[in-house]
Ligand binder design. Sequence first.
Ligand code: 4NP
Length: 158
Amino acid sequence: MIEKHLLFVCLGNICRSPGAEAVMNGKLRGVGLERNVICDSAGIIGFHSGEQADVRMRKHALRRGYVLTGLSRKIKPDSDFDRFDMIIGMDDQNIRDLNVLARSADDRKKIFRMTDFCTQKIYDHVPDPYYTGTEGFEVVLDLLEDACSGLITYLNRT
Ligand code: 4NP
């Protein structure tokens, strides 16, 4: 596989997209592809820029063996659409926002929806867990694990 660069995007870049980045990195290591696929994450808004991921997200992810290390940042359309091959949003509002930020039809072709890679779960978005309890974070992680497995299958085919 030629090297691929993936950017996971959610609203705040403190819950879902840093979780996606960590789950994907964990799964890539599991199949020996961590050098082939480079992952990052960003938010549509910069409200939490510079902050660590939400403590609840980090705790729930760690229980499954995923370590979230990055700091929140806002998406930079002028460089991110050039640097990344796939820009993967967590819900339809993320997708709409990404389509507004895209500079060209070629940029828009890089936008994907995370749940479209799920093969086990029937969800059309990764629900925002920010205002939910424990269960919301577990649902997010279940969906991310399913989608990341599907994403690896997709990357192996392309
Ligand atoms: P995320 O969750 O998009 O999964 O990181 C959110 C975190 C913060 C906010 C919204 C969603 N917020 O509005 O501050």
